[in-house]
Design a protein around this ligand. Structure first.
Ligand SMILES: Nc1nc2c(ncn2[C@@H]2O[C@H](COP(=O)(O)OP(=O)(O)OP(=O)(O)O)[C@@H](O)[C@H]2O)c(=O)[nH]1
Ligand SMILES: [Mg+2]
Length: 336
């Protein structure tokens, strides 16, 4: 039996917890085999998903902070090291979940936003290796990046470098996700079309043509050429070349309320995990409705080709307009 796991990481506030809620919702709608969400963030006190296993039952960041007089970051490092020492707790918890149901498990792991825990700290990789060995897990890393970072060339390059760092440290199949793409309509005219940011190619011209030292605001206003030291320019050029030469980084756009973008991402993750959905559940009661639901999502992906050559920017702008329209239509004080 193989178990499948999404390791959802990303900087603080990138949208990891919201993504976990959305993915649980969509996968349950699709009646996918035994989807569970596990909270691995010892500081996570607000989540809307149904949590099957919570690391805070083992170690809680708030208590660590109070008991050991540590700051918020130090307490998270402590919690991670505590988890590494007690990885049997996680293994047993997952094993217990497995016993409830005989099928394969599909687990979404909601991780802390302190990205150093994954980018430089080696402990988490040990936990993953342990689960791979004992519970036959196949993992994929879902790296969430707030789309807002695209409004600043320097931040965008930093996100790409962080992605490479995570690939090196976690050694997992890796998918970068641009989150909150419904917000791009609010950024006005971005310096480049969304597709450019998704592909992460031909970077030098963009990054060096703009203010790499920061200051570029949404919509491009405030962007300016600043005089930077030639050494800094060469370093930036070198980093851009590195990213382009290896072509390891690209992004998948997502807005959690947009089923089409979520389905597109899930298809990508399925390919990385080697996941094939069993048909038996779907063919039971309600199977036809379910199949047509999935088919309609897939059809939406395929309406302009293979689902990857779409104009996502336009799609998200239309999506935003549609949801705003819908909200306006809803009565402010509904009378029951
Ligand atoms: N518009 C929009 N907002 C989103 C989306 N995804 C997340 N958000 C918002 O982004 C904010 C942060 O989301 P979280 O899910 O808490 O982010 P996180 O990465 O788990 O944050 P930490 O756990 O604190 O690191 C929340 O206000 C969410 O409502 C999205 O697709 N669209
Ligand atoms: Mg979170």
């Amino acid at each position: 039996m193989v178990n499948y796991g999404q390791i959802v990481v990303g900087a603080g506030g990138a949208g990891k917890t919201s993504y976990c809620t959305a993915v649980q919702h969509l996968l349950e709608l699709q009646e996918r085999e035994r989807v569970v969400v596990v909270n691995l963030d010892p500081a996570n006190e607000n989540y809307e998903y149904e949590c099957a296993l919570d690391v805070r039952d083992l170690v809680c960041a708030r208590e660590v902070q109070d008991n050991f007089q540590l700051g918020p970051n130090g307490s998270l490092v402590f919690c991670m090291e505590y988890l590494v020492k007690n990885m049997d707790w996680l293994e047993e918890g997952l094993r217990a979940l497995q016993k409830d149901d005989r099928g394969d498990m599909y687990v979404v792991f909601d991780c802390p936003g302190q990205i150093e825990l994954f980018a430089t700290h080696g402990g988490f990789r040990k936990v993953l290796t342990h689960l791979e060995k004992t519970l036959d897990f196949r993992f994929v890393c879902v790296h969430c990046v707030d789309v807002h970072l695209c409004t600043d060339a320097g931040n965008y390059l930093a996100a790409i470098l962080l992605s490479l760092n995570l690939m090196l440290n976690l050694e997992l199949p890796h998918v970068n996700v641009l989150t909150k793409c419904d917000m791009i309509a609010q950024f006005g005219d971005m310096a480049m079309p969304l597709d450019y940011y998704l592909e992460a190619q031909n970077l030098s011209h963009f990054v060096l043509g703009l203010d790499v030292a920061g200051g570029g605001g949404p919509g491009g206003e405030g962007r300016r050429r600043t005089k930077v030291h030639p050494k800094f320019t060469r370093l930036t050029e070198g980093l851009c070349d590195l990213v382009e030469d290896y072509a390891l980084v690209n992004f998948v756009p997502v807005a959690i309320e947009d089923a089409k973008s979520m389905q597109h991402l899930l298809r990508t993750l399925d390919r990385c995990l080697g996941y094939v959905q069993k048909q038996d559940k779907a063919s039971q009661k309600g199977g036809e409705d379910l199949q047509s639901f999935i088919a309609s999502l897939d059809a939406a992906l395929h309406d302009t080709g293979d689902g990857t050559n779409q104009n996502w920017q336009e799609h998200f702008i239309n999506f935003k307009a549609l949801t705003t329209e819908k909200k306006r239509e809803e009565p402010k004080n509904p009378i029951n």
